[in-house]
Design a protein around this ligand. Structure first.
Ligand code: UDP
Length: 488
């Protein structure tokens, strides 16, 4: 209609969002999906990468054709790993050098004479400085947290948890400190701060100071104009309503990658030769006969854990497709220089257990888990053995694939409890990596009709949520309204 066209034209003239993700895989992906959603709604969006990521990052999903790119230095030397081992350095460097560069860029982008000036910032909520710098310069800022609502609520609850003496330890004792989760959340399901195992060092022993910093960062989302979460009310309604009083407004717009437009765009991604051979391998398997294993972009395991895990996986008797990153093994993460050796060693470990049969086991270093001709949507995949990162959890949920969770840190602990005990779309292997347990859980996830039925019903609901008129889609419209208003 003319009115709708006029409203869209006004938006396009007015709003220009600077999207500033925390520069790691699991944060960049959902921010890119949010940026695409805003572009589809007619807004202009500039995406702020770090120079390092813009130059080197090949693992980003395809960009929306109208997305503009900008970059700032993250302040670290080129060879820095910027992953598990060096995470604290990245945090510190973004807070200092990154923040100064961001401020300078924002000033330049505000000053541009044409109607291109940035009118609003959406920053990852793990960087409170990005909100305060923008607001100080007169640019309204919103915070986007890329974890689950249940994980975010657990972070917000840390001061109360500590008051009650409830620390994240591997115990079955129920916790009272997280509102609404009193009946099922155990101490072992609370977010843990440190990607284990880490070398001994300052701060790695006592989790309390780090926990308090994380809680403070979460609470500071309340300073932004609104909190955006990549979740759906149907999945996390109770947690969302407990978060609401802590922030000015909260928008549950997820799962963003499942929006019909995003799914359509993903079909047009070109496939690399690796993707092709991976799909060819999957094509050669029966429906729901393959276990897909992917522990995310940061997880580190010890060689003992890996061996135990692989024995269980092989004993379960299904074919498996495993994504093992070069830097996934503990000692190898430290020696990133010998990366190619590491990947050979990993492959050998798998082959030794699986009896070298490429029919039975395929090991790769990266797979398009979700986009395009992705693995999770392939008919041959019967269950997903995941670390329970929020993106992976959502991706499995959208495809209706049962999960076996082996969580390591952060909200993975809480997400996996929801998978196993609340949504019942999978099983939670938490704190146990024994071959017999792996074997039993994989079998159950592959074969249980109850788990499959729950997973599929959640998938149906999430598709309704992101379709026109669904709760997440309506929340997205409300968000576009707020951004437009803030931009006038
Ligand atoms: N991912 C992928 N292929 C891989 C590993 C990861 O496409 O081989 C993507 C995955 O689809 C997800 C993201 O990387 O979107 C990982 O995010 P998640 O929150 O699951 O875990 P993290 O890596 O942050 O621990």
């Amino acid at each position: 209609t003319t009115l709708a066209r006029r409203a869209r034209w006004l938006r396009e003239m007015a709003a220009h969002v600077l999207a500033f993700p925390w520069p790691l895989q699991g944060h960049i992906n959902p921010m890119l999906h949010l940026a695409s959603a805003l572009l589809d709604a007619g807004l202009r969006v500039t995406f702020l990468h770090t120079e390092h990521n813009l130059r080197r990052f090949t693992r980003v999903p395809p960009h929306h054709p109208r997305l503009r790119l900008a970059s700032i230095p993250d302040g670290l030397p080129d060879h820095h790993p910027r992953s598990v081992g060096g995470l604290m350095e990245l945090v510190e460097s973004m807070r200092t050098a990154g923040s100064a560069a961001y401020r300078a860029l924002l000033l330049r982008m505000m000053d541009s004479d044409d109607d291109d000036a940035v009118t609003c910032v959406i920053t990852d909520g793990v960087m409170p400085f990005a909100v305060s710098v923008a607001e100080e310069l007169g640019v309204p800022a919103l915070a986007f947290r890329t974890e689950s609502a249940c994980g975010f609520l657990a972070y917000l609850s840390v001061p109360r948890l500590l008051e009650l003496g409830e620390k994240p330890v591997p115990s079955d004792e129920l916790v009272r400190g997280v509102p609404g989760m009193e009946g099922f959340l155990r101490r072992r399901d609370l977010p843990r701060v440190v990607p284990l195992p880490l070398p001994p060092g300052p701060g790695n022993g006592d989790p309390v100071p780090v926990l308090l910093t994380i809680a403070d960062t979460a609470a500071r989302c309340g300073e932004s104009r609104a909190l955006i979460l990549n979740t759906a009310a149907s999945m996390e309604g109770p947690a969302l309503s407990r978060i609401a009083p802590h922030v000015r407004d909260v928008f549950a717009v997820g799962p963003l990658h499942a929006r019909p437009a995003a799914r359509h765009a993903a079909e047009h991604v070109s496939r690399s030769s690796d993707d092709m051979s991976l799909s060819a391998w999957l094509d050669g398997h029966e429906d729901r006969s393959v276990v897909y294993v992917n522990l995310g972009s940061l997880t580190i395991v010890s060689s003992e854990q890996l061996a135990e895990f692989l024995h269980g996986l092989v004993a379960a008797g299904y074919a498996f497709l495993a994504v093992f990153r070069q830097d996934m093994l503990h000692q190898m993460a430290a020696a990133a220089a010998s990366a190619s050796k590491a990947s050979v060693a990993l492959r050998e470990a798998v082959e030794a257990v699986a009896g070298a049969g490429s029919e039975r086991a395929l090991v790769v270093e990266w797979a398009l888990q979700r986009d395009a001709h992705h693995v999770l949507r392939h008919r041959a995949v019967g269950c997903f053995l995941t670390h329970g990162g929020w993106n992976s959890t959502l991706e499995a949920a959208v495809e209706g694939v049962p999960a076996v969770c082996w969580p390591f840190f952060a909200d993975q602990q809480t997400n996996s409890r929801f998978v196993g005990a609340v949504w019942r779309t999978g099983l939670d292997m938490k704190d146990v990596c024994q071959r017999a347990v792996v074997e039993r859980m994989v079998r159950e996830a592959m074969e249980s009709p109850e788990i499959r039925a729950s997973a599929q019903s959640m998938s149906r609901q999430l598709r309704l949520d992101v379709a026109h008129g669904g709760s997440s889609s309506s929340e997205l419209e409300r968000l576009v309204g707020l951004i437009t208003e803030l931009s006038l």
